[in-house]
Design a binder for this molecule. Structure first.
Ligand SMILES: [Ca+2]
Ligand SMILES: [Ca+2]
Length: 119
């Protein structure tokens, strides 16, 4: 990941140094970097809306799932107990504040792995 990011920075510098950038039609380097970051972002249960951030929007999203307004997503089950309820909202709030005791995320093969805080 670090190598890819460095490569993108290198391309950006090379594109600007001659004044006539040949990368004009390509996506801006910031967007490329964002794509790289997103591709390597860990998949964490609690990122209910799937935007690679865990914040208050996920709390709102899970509330919507419970109320039947939002589509159920796999990552809405923040505590990975197979049901979506208030405990998932609590877990997301704990993740946001950094006080969660357990965190479930997907490994590189997409398998859920639950880690306790002390691991
Ligand atoms: Ca999110
Ligand atoms: Ca749950």
């Amino acid at each position: 990941m670090a190598f890819t990011a460095l490569l993108l920075v290198g391309l950006h510098v090379a594109g600007c140094s001659d004044g006539e950038s040949e990368l004009v039609d390509a996506a801006p380097p910031e967007d490329n970097y964002r794509m790289v970051v997103d591709a390597y972002a860990p998949v964490i249960y609690g990122n209910a809306n799937g935007d690679n951030r865990i914040d208050h929007l996920d709390v709102d999203y899970v509330k919507g799932v419970i109320e039947g307004i939002n589509e159920l997503t796999e990552l809405s089950d923040a505590n990975y107990d197979g049901k979506i309820d208030e405990a998932d909202i609590l877990q997301i709030k704990w993740i946001i504040s950094g006080t969660q005791t357990e965190l479930t995320l997907q490994d590189m093969d997409g398998r859920p792995v639950t880690r306790s805080r002390n691991q």
